[in-house]
Design a protein around this ligand. Structure first.
Ligand code: AHG
Ligand code: MN
Ligand code: MN
Ligand code: MN
Length: 337
């Protein structure tokens, strides 16, 4: 092993997406590449604000409540505004759905494009003030053939998304993206201001050793979930129990699950009848990425990406991660019927 040469051929996210576009030849207009450039910019902008938050009085509450009844943090509102402004100005979007806005935004004709973006501008709000990892989640649809771009273009199954991803604001900013052809991870080089390909072709291990649930809700959980959790905590003789890891930011918990394997779950229970996570801008993008990485994503009984949404803020139960682990939990749902 000789000395490593410095790398003079870095692959930026834009270069990587463009090379996919060139492979498609005339079929690709480049609009998705431009939209992804806008999204990258929002992630860099949000990342710098996250880093400065404590210094510029950006921690704490904004004073308003969102449509889910959650108190908005200042960073929730700021991140939402950053994304709306940038996505509208990109000229590539037709409909925007944000966790922080009750109604979908239909873009005026002057700026209208062919893509719809559903997003959670700031995921993991409860972790902001403690400096724990947070993120942004997004999913992208192309408007249906013949559509002028309206709400029906986002009330479609997640399997019809053309791309999905998230950016995690942690010790570094990591953007993880799928355009339907596997999953790639990029790390922000803050000096260059570019996301650099650092995690090509992410594949989830087929089985993991970690489970990630808010077990503080155990008294509300339904029997299949209780029984499944018992099975991994009290395994048969000779097998080791799973380790627990729960950050409480979906982005961070899913990121770890993609890289290390295991299972992330936010079930429906006796209190939260449909679970907590939102279908359009939390469950769908993460399910899309998980499947693209070779894993599974289910409500317990149904593939998440097959759900047809009826409203933009609806919730859904989520179990996702390593194929074998998710199949185990599905078996408990079948057996306990
Ligand atoms: P958000 O901060 O965007 O409202 O999302 C919070 C979500 C998600 O990030 C996380 O997985 C989950 O809420 C945690 O919920 P609990 O605090 O109930 O465990
Ligand atoms: Mn919220
Ligand atoms: Mn969220
Ligand atoms: Mn959020």
């Amino acid at each position: 092993s000789g000395e490593e040469q410095p790398n003079t051929d870095i692959i930026t996210l834009t270069r990587h997406v463009l090379s996919d576009q060139y492979k498609l030849g005339a079929a690709a207009s480049g609009d998705l590449t431009l939209l992804l450039t806008a999204i990258q910019t929002t992630s860099k902008f949000i990342a710098t604000n996250v880093r400065k938050a404590r210094l510029i009085n950006l921690v704490g509450l904004a004073g308003e409540t969102n449509v889910q009844g959650e108190e908005q943090k200042k960073l929730d509102v700021l991140s939402n505004d950053i994304m709306i402004n940038s996505l509208r100005a990109s000229g590539k979007t037709a409909v925007l759905v944000s966790e922080e806005l009750e109604e979908a935004v239909v873009i005026e004709d002057r700026f209208k494009g062919k893509y719809c973006v559903v997003f959670d501008p700031l995921d993991g709000s409860s972790n902001i003030d403690a400096g724990v990892n947070i993120g942004t989640i997004f999913g992208i649809y192309h408007i249906a053939p013949g559509s002028d771009g309206n709400i029906s273009d986002v009330l479609r199954p997640g399997s019809e998304m053309v791309a999905a991803g998230y950016t995690m604001y942690g010790s570094s900013a990591n953007l993880v993206l799928s355009t339907g052809n596997g999953v790639n991870g990029y790390t922000l080089d803050a000096a260059l201001g570019e996301f650099i390909l650092t995690h090509p072709n992410i594949k989830i291990p087929s089985r993991g050793k970690i489970y990630s649930f808010n077990e503080g809700n155990s008294m509300y959980f339904h029997p299949p979930v209780v029984n499944y959790l018992n099975s991994i905590k009290y395994p048969p003789a000779g097998k080791s129990p799973y380790s627990a890891r729960y950050i409480g930011s979906m982005v961070a918990d899913v990121h770890r699950t993609l890289l290390y394997g295991g299972i992330f779950g936010y079930p429906d229970d006796k209190k939260s009848k449909s679970g907590k996570l939102r279908l359009l801008y939390e469950a769908f993008p993460m399910a899309f990425l998980t499947e693209q990485a070779g894993g599974l994503a289910t409500t317990g009984t149904k593939r998440i990406l097959d759900i047809i949404p009826t409203s933009i803020h609806q919730r859904c139960p989520v179990f996702l991660g390593s194929r074998d682990d998710v199949q185990d939990v599905m078996r408990f749902f079948q057996e306990t019927k």
